[in-house]
Design a protein around this ligand. Structure first.
Ligand code: ADP
Ligand code: MG
Length: 427
């Protein structure tokens, strides 16, 4: 949960102060004792948790524990509790409660936190009909789509991504043609991350007057180039004038055999965690761009992400591959999504993270590399890696393993090493 400095909410203010330098502590919700008092927030929690958990034995601590991990002054990571709460506590539906607490902390304290906002959307729309869709929370939404010619169950995949001038790109630093490719590439990457084949896109674009001519033509040339490379049709969209910068939204549609779809939620303890390419070129390129060095190879790598479409399809067809997603926000944040949705933990060996030339470990933990991150059954992992190399002429990199705990632990030389990484959030 990203919490910008200067927010007013008492509880979180205090938490941020208290958590400075603290590695981990328990947050007791609805109970006086504990290192961290929610203060006035407690009454509010009672309001939103009217049927909330009550301690069966008030001598034995907490009603509901949420682990709060201090990352730095501005970031709190709130995780679900390890196994069961102590003290024989009756918790009717832990997940619901935690998601409501999470939502409370994110939304009431800072409504514009990216993940908090998504969580708010997810919970408040969860009671509406899903009409057969598997919705928010993975790289794509999934819709069963009958059977293909060979009688296999098929699904359609849907994903959307937004690029905004000033947030995702600087116009003076980004040739329009490259942006056209990138706008499509980041969406194709999400289709690949599910194990699917991209088939069509819709493009909506808001253009200020000074971008309506040559800029727009160049942008479309880049968009067409990548559409041609991946054989995707452009089947709709919207075009409008903008009074404040360029905004581009792409919606991509993919298909896949239902059995090939890889979800974030499928990681199992014991799985090997793989990165399907080197990390950090994009982050190092962004560093160059921000320093005014626009024409370095790394800057070009940042502006020209290549979605791993063939790799995603190939990995989708392998049964031993369990969970998969694409690395868009950064290793810590993205792997965190897999762990959260799989109710698992991981140990990642820092020395095995494949770092692109010109990058370093910190940048490799940054975002926008668009390489696939996946987990695979341990007993098939070596053969999988060899088969991948034979097929693509490049390695996949085993970087750690999934554990039954709920922690993401960074390891160096077999020992845990504290690391204050957090992913890139867009605001
Ligand atoms: P990705 O990086 O793979 O594109 P995100 O982290 O952007 O995924 O989003 C996480 C999940 O939240 C995805 O399932 C996405 O579809 C969903 N999501 C993000 N923003 C919204 C929104 N405004 N409304 C509904 N769903 C959203
Ligand atoms: Mg993604």
């Amino acid at each position: 949960v990203g919490i910008p400095s200067g927010i007013e909410h008492h509880a979180v203010d205090r938490a941020v102060g208290l958590l400075d330098g603290v590695d981990q502590l328990a947050l007791d919700v609805g109970l006086e004792k504990g290192e961290f008092h929610i203060g006035e927030g407690r009454a509010k929690l009672r309001e939103i948790l009217p049927e909330g958990p009550r301690p069966v034995n008030s001598r034995v601590a907490p009603s509901l524990q949420v682990e709060v991990r201090a990352v730095d002054n501005q970031y709190l990571h709130i995780r679900k509790p390890r196994s069961s709460a102590p003290g024989g506590v009756h918790v009717p539906d832990k997940d619901t409660h935690i998601s409501r607490i999470f939502r409370y902390l994110c939304v009431k304290t800072h409504p514009m936190t990216e993940f908090g906002f998504i969580e708010h959307i997810r919970t408040s729309f969860a009671t509406l009909p899903d009409n057969g869709f598997e919705g928010i929370g993975d790289d794509c939404a999934v819709l069963p789509a009958g059977t293909d010619a060979e009688g296999r169950e098929e699904v359609l995949l849907f994903t959307a991504d937004l690029l905004t001038e000033g947030v995702h790109f600087l116009r003076r630093a980004t040739p329009a043609r490259e942006l056209g490719r990138k706008a499509l590439a980041v969406n194709l990457s999400d289709i690949a991350a599910m194990g699917g084949r991209p088939v069509a896109t819709l493009l909506s674009i808001a253009l200020p007057r000074d971008a309506a001519g040559t800029w727009a033509e160049e942008f479309m040339a880049g968009y067409r180039e990548l559409s041609e490379r991946y054989a995707t049709a452009l089947v709709g969209g919207d075009t409008t004038r903008s009074e404040s910068g360029i905004t581009i939204n792409v919606t991509a549609i993919g298909r896949a055999p239902a059995a090939h779809v890889k979800r974030r939620s499928a990681a199992r303890p014991g799985d090997v965690v793989f990165a399907a390419g080197e990390l950090g070129a994009s982050g190092a390129g962004l560093r160059d761009i921000l320093a005014g060095r626009l024409d370095t190879p790394l800057a070009a790598a940042h502006r020209n992400p290549e979605p791993q479409v063939a790799e995603g399809l190939w990995l989708g067809a392998r049964e031993e591959v369990h969970a998969m997603m694409d690395l868009s926000d950064g290793l810590a944040s993205d792997l965190g999504h897999i762990l959260e949705r799989s109710a698992a933990g991981a140990e990642i060996d820092l020395e095995r993270i494949p770092i692109a030339a010109g990058s370093d470990l910190r940048t490799a933990g940054g975002g926008e590399d668009y390489k696939l991150l996946f987990t695979a059954a341990a007993d098939a992992a070596e053969e999988l890696a060899a088969a991948f190399r034979a097929r693509f002429g490049r390695p996949v990199y085993p970087i750690g393993r999934i554990t039954a705990g709920r922690e993401l632990v960074w390891m160096r030389d077999g020992r845990p090493e504290p690391l204050d990484w957090h992913g890139f959030t867009h605001y």
